[in-house]
Design a protein around this ligand. Structure first.
Ligand SMILES: CC(=O)N[C@H]1[C@@H](OP(=O)(O)OP(=O)(O)OC[C@H]2O[C@@H](n3ccc(=O)[nH]c3=O)[C@H](O)[C@@H]2O)O[C@H](CO)[C@@H](O)[C@@H]1O[C@H](C)C(=O)N[C@@H](C)C(=O)N[C@@H](CCC(=O)O)C(=O)O
Ligand SMILES: Nc1ncnc2c1ncn2[C@@H]1O[C@H](COP(=O)(O)OP(=O)(O)OP(=O)(O)O)[C@@H](O)[C@H]1O
Length: 444
């Protein structure tokens, strides 16, 4: 096993990215240390049509760069060694490692500015051609409400789609089955060397996992033949968690619009002019999405937004909802205005808003005496609008944390900013391709 302290290394090296028989292998190393190999397994992989080989190779190179973020963060050495990249690819990689690791850097007291610098000078490739990819969509499923709203929106227009997920979560598998769509489960195996490095005290923290999933799905789209990948990232994901020394720190950076636009442009120019990457939910706030999800009753006993379910190694909650984390708090609060109270309590098995011990968790969501949690939750103003709506309802008013909101927090707020209705309005900033735009009608 490894005997290297990655915090003391000088370089992070991209060794090779290969593909054979449905398995992509991505290899990395610190200095001359042990290889770290991540494997992505594509089930029943078809033979690749010759005209897609160039696109496949480009997507594989991108995946190598993007998935490297998990390993790079263990040491953050001063030098990144990879063959020189063209400008657009280097811009994408620099942005991903700087902004996608911003939370990691902030929480570890590191400054990655000036340190993240991918080598430049590679030739700009000729513009990627139209590949006539089949008109069907990969819809990633995360086990939570958002992707299910996206699935139902695409089903509402009769769009050809496959529910796809990465990893081996039985919860996600159950949600994917429930959609009634064809399913595709891609396996991802991180290098065990990383876990050993973690045990030995490597740097650790949040990584932009949506970018990794996106790059895996770009490769899958070329391999299996799909012309679009439709994530379910909400408008609110673009909002920073906090600002620190002039830098925005956004836990959800790779779910945000800046990354979506960058990757979508890059895929058009470097992989295939007809491969669209978008978020179908981009025009909508979290509250608009929870309102749409409140109509999707067949999923209520299958879904969970609690990320503790999705650990690879760490302990998982006994119930689908741990009831303690920011995701549980936020989804409870955001669904409450749109569901009959008994229905909501039956989903969670408890009333989180009638539990004094959860006050600090809800305060953080409201950005009251704290910043927004480092989790996938809506904006503070959205949480305040949801809480205000509950404060006006007799069935909620007496619950401990709603009563506390009315008593202590509400008097300090500007009431003109608390209406829930403005959050239902879609914005027109999105990258949804024309073919999928009619699906947006099912959400708003
Ligand atoms: C499930 C989860 O939240 N995991 C985060 C957690 O990991 P933990 O140590 O508790 O356990 P494992 O998930 O089993 O991971 C073990 C170690 O493996 C490394 N690792 C894992 C996955 C990966 O893609 N890359 C990795 O390097 C890491 O060293 C783990 O310690 O805490 C970690 C440290 O803070 C986080 O890195 C783990 O986060 C996962 C990458 C993860 O999948 N998180 C998603 C639930 C998540 O945060 N989604 C965001 C999306 C934001 C975005 O911009 O993409 C969200 O929902 O907001
Ligand atoms: N394991 C996974 N495989 C494929 N896609 C995933 C996976 N985990 C998350 N995603 C996708 O990443 C995006 C962001 O995930 P996120 O957790 O916000 O969504 P969600 O699980 O659908 O809903 P919720 O916000 O309720 O958790 C979604 O499009 C989701 O489908």
């Amino acid at each position: 096993m490894t005997n290297i302290n990655p915090r003391l290394t000088q370089s992070f090296r991209f060794l090779r990215a290969t593909y054979a028989d449905g398995v992509a292998e991505l290899a990395y190393a610190f200095d001359q240390g042990e290889e770290m190999v991540e494997r992505i397994r594509f089930p029943d992989a078809p033979a690749l049509p010759a005209e897609r080989q160039h696109a496949f190779d480009a997507a594989l190179r991108l995946l190598h760069l993007v998935a490297g973020v998990s390993y790079y963060k263990a040491g953050v050495p001063p030098k990144i060694e990879v063959e020189p990249l063209d400008e657009a690819t280097a811009d994408l990689a620099d942005a991903l490692y700087l902004h996608g690791l911003a939370e990691f850097a902030y929480r570890n007291g590191l400054d990655l500015r000036g340190r993240v610098a991918f080598p430049r000078g590679g030739a700009t490739p000729v513009a990627a051609p139209v590949l006539d990819l089949p008109k069907r969509t990969l819809v990633p499923i995360g086990g939570g409400k958002d992707s299910l709203v996206a699935v139902e929106a695409i089903k509402s227009i009769g769009g050809a789609a496959t529910a796809v997920w990465i990893g081996n979560s039985p919860l996600i598998a159950a949600c994917a089955e429930r959609t009634g769509l064809p399913t595709l489960n891609i396996q991802r195996e991180l290098s065990p060397v990383l876990f050993e490095l973690n045990r030995l005290g490597a740097w650790n923290g949040h990584i932009p996992v949506t970018a990794v999933n996106s790059a895996i799905l770009a490769l899958a789209a070329i391999l299996y033949g799909y012309d679009s990948i439709a994530f379910a990232n909400e408008r609110s994901a673009s909002a920073a968690t906090l600002e620190y020394e002039g830098q925005q720190v956004n836990h959800q950076w790779s779910k945000g619009f800046a990354f979506e636009a960058m990757l979508s442009d890059w895929l058009h120019t470097h992989v295939a002019a007809d491969l669209d990457y978008c978020s179908l939910l981009r025009p909508y706030s979290e509250l608009a999405i929870t309102r749409a999800f409140a109509r999707l009753t067949p999923y209520f006993d299958a879904f969970s937004s609690c990320n503790r379910n999705f650990r690879i190694l760490g302990p998982k909650p006994a119930d689908r909802w741990c009831g303690q984390c920011p995701k549980c708090h936020f989804v409870f609060l955001a669904l409450a205005p749109f569901l009959p109270k008994p229905r909501l309590l039956s989903i969670f098995g408890r009333n989180l808003l009638d539990d004094e011990t959860q006050a600090a968790g809800f305060d953080a969501l409201l950005e009251y005496q704290d910043h927004k949690p480092f989790e996938c939750v809506g904006e503070g103003a959205e949480a305040r609008a949801a809480m205000y709506a509950l404060s006006q309802r007799p069935e909620w008013q007496e619950d401990a944390l709603v009563a506390r909101f009315i008593r202590e927090i509400l008097p300090q707020l500007d009431h003109s900013q608390l209406a829930i209705e403005p959050w239902m309005l879609p914005s027109d900033e999105h990258r949804v391709p024309a073919r999928l735009q009619p699906a947006l009608q099912a959400i708003g």
